[in-house]
Design a protein around this ligand. Structure first.
Ligand code: LRH
Ligand code: MN
Length: 388
C-alpha cells in the first residue's frame, strides 16, 4: 500500500464524537447569547450531530449530558439517532448544577448529598445500558475554595468510594473515563485536578477505568502531548475532550488557538498506533460556541482534528527514528516540521470525494440552506442551553 493509500485508509477510519451540549446556547457568567435555529431538545441536538456527520463523514456518534439531554424514552432517542445515521456515544452525568452540590457532589461532607450524587451516576449507567453506550464519562466540579475548608484526604476517600460503587454497577462492555481539571468552578482545590489524580483512581478501580484528557484543563504551558504519551504507555488513555484555549477553559474550537499543539498530540497518538480503533481511544469534542453558529463551528472543528491527524500521519517515521537515534536534533525536528508544514487540504478533498461527500464541507453546508431551514422549523419552544 502506498503511503497516501495508507494515510487515506487511516483517515477514512477516523471517528470523532460530537457533544450534544455544543449545539445548545452557551456562554460565560457574563452572558449566554441566544442564537437562531438552536435545538430545543435532545432529539434536535441529535439531528444537528447527524448533520455534522453528513458533511464530514467521520462524526458518527454524539455524547449526551444528563439531565441536559433528559428524555422520557432513551431507547427511542437511540433509535432516532440510528435513523439519522449516527449513534449515542458517551454518557456524561451532571452533578454540578444543583444547590445541594454547593460543597461538592460525591466528595460532599454530607452523606445524603453523596448518596444523591451516586444515585445520579448509577442512573446514568442505566441510561448507557439503554442507549448501547460503552463510555460513562465522569467530570466532577467538586473541590474547595479556601484552605482548611475541608480535608483533602477525606474528600479523596469519598471520591474513591463513589467511583468504586459506580464501577461495580457498570456492565462489562462499559468503561469509565475520569476527567481532570486544574481549576473552575473550584478555585483552591479540585478533587480531580490533574492526570495523576485521575490515573491513581483508575488504577485503584480496574482496567475499565481510564483517564480523559480535556485539552482545556491544564495550567498554561503544560506539555499535554507528554501526558498523552505517558498515559498511552501506561495503557490508560481513555480519550479526549478536544477544544482549544488562549487562557483558561475557553472551550474554543479545537485547533483554533494552537493548531501546532493539536498536531503534536496527534503525532503522539499516531506514533503509538493509537489511531487504530483497536486502541479504543475516544476522540471526543467538548466545546461551547458562545458567539459563532454552532453546526458550522462543529464541522470546522472535526476538520481541524482531521487535518492535524493527516499531518501526523505524514511524519516520516523511519527518518525521524534515524535522526533521533543519531542525535541529529535539528534533523529530527525538521522531519516533524515538514509534516506540520505540509498542506494536507488537497489529500483531504480527494479523500472526501472518494467517501462520496463534498470536498469542502463548510462551503457545502453554506450552500445547502440547512441553516435557513432550521430557522424556519425551530420557531417557538425554549432553546436548549446549559441552564446554569
Ligand atoms: C468541564 C467540562 C466537562 C463537562 C463540561 C461540559 O469543564 O469540560 O467535560 O461535563 O465541560
Ligand atoms: Mn470536558
Amino acid at each position: 500500500m502506498t503511503d497516501i493509500a495508507r494515510i487515506k485508509a487511516a483517515l477514512r477510519a477516523q471517528r470523532i464524537e460530537t457533544p450534544s451540549w455544543a449545539f445548545g446556547n452557551s456562554g460565560t457568567r457574563f452572558k449566554v447569547f441566544a442564537q437562531e435555529a438552536v435545538p430545543r431538545n435532545a432529539y434536535e441536538k441529535v439531528d444537528d450531530a447527524a448533520t455534522v456527520h453528513r458533511f464530514t463523514g467521520i462524526a458518527p456518534s454524539v455524547a449526551l449530558h444528563i439531565p441536559w439531554d433528559h428524555v422520557a424514552n432513551y431507547a427511542d432517542l437511540s433509535k432516532h439517532a440510528s435513523d439519522a445515521g449516527i449513534r449515542i456515544g458517551a454518557i456524561n452525568p451532571n452533578v454540578f448544577q444543583e444547590d445541594d452540590y454547593r460543597l461538592g457532589s460525591v466528595c460532599n461532607p454530607d452523606p445524603n448529598v453523596r448518596r444523591k450524587a451516586l444515585d445520579h451516576l448509577l442512573d446514568c449507567v442505566e441510561i448507557g445500558v439503554t442507549t448501547g453506550s460503552t463510555i460513562l464519562s465522569l467530570w466532577f466540579a467538586d473541590g474547595t475554595n479556601y484552605p482548611g475548608q475541608d480535608s483533602v484526604r477525606a474528600r479523596q476517600d469519598r471520591l474513591a468510594e463513589a467511583l468504586a460503587a459506580t464501577y461495580a454497577a457498570m456492565p462489562e462492555r462499559m468503561r469509565m473515563l475520569l476527567e481532570y481539571k486544574l481549576f473552575e468552578p473550584s478555585f483552591y482545590t479540585m478533587d480531580v485536578p490533574d492526570w495523576g489524580t485521575s490515573y491513581l483512581h483508575c488504577l485503584a478501580l480496574g482496567d475499565r477505568a481510564q483517564v480523559l484528557v480535556d485539552t482545556g484543563h491544564h495550567a498554561p504551558g503544560t506539555n499535554i502531548e507528554f501526558i498523552v504519551a505517558l498515559l498511552l504507555r501506561a495503557g490508560r488513555l481513555g480519550g479526549f475532550h478536544f477544544n482549544s484555549r488562549f487562557y483558561a477553559d475557553d472551550d474554543l474550537m479545537v485547533g483554533a488557538a494552537d493548531p501546532f499543539q493539536l498536531f503534536r498530540i496527534m503525532h503522539e497518538i499516531v506514533q503509538a498506533g493509537a489511531l487504530d480503533a483497536a486502541a479504543d481511544v475516544a476522540f471526543m469534542l467538548d466545546q461551547c460556541h458562545n458567539i459563532e453558529p454552532k453546526i458550522p463551528a462543529m464541522i470546522r472543528s472535526v476538520l481541524n482534528v482531521q487535518e492535524a491527524t493527516a499531518k501526523a500521519l505524514l511524519v516520516d517515521a523511519d527518518a525521524l527514528r534515524a535522526a533521533q537515534q543519531s542525535g541529529d536534533v535539528l534533523g529530527a525536528n525538521a522531519v516533524l516540521m515538514d509534516a506540520f508544514n505540509t498542506d494536507v487540504r488537497p489529500i483531504l478533498a480527494e479523500l472526501r470525494e472518494e467517501m462520496g461527500i463534498d470536498p469542502d464541507p463548510i462551503a457545502a453546508y453554506r450552500r445547502s440552506g440547512h441553516h435557513q431551514r432550521l430557522v424556519a422549523e425551530r420557531q417557538g419552544g425554549s432553546q436548549a442551553g446549559w441552564g446554569a
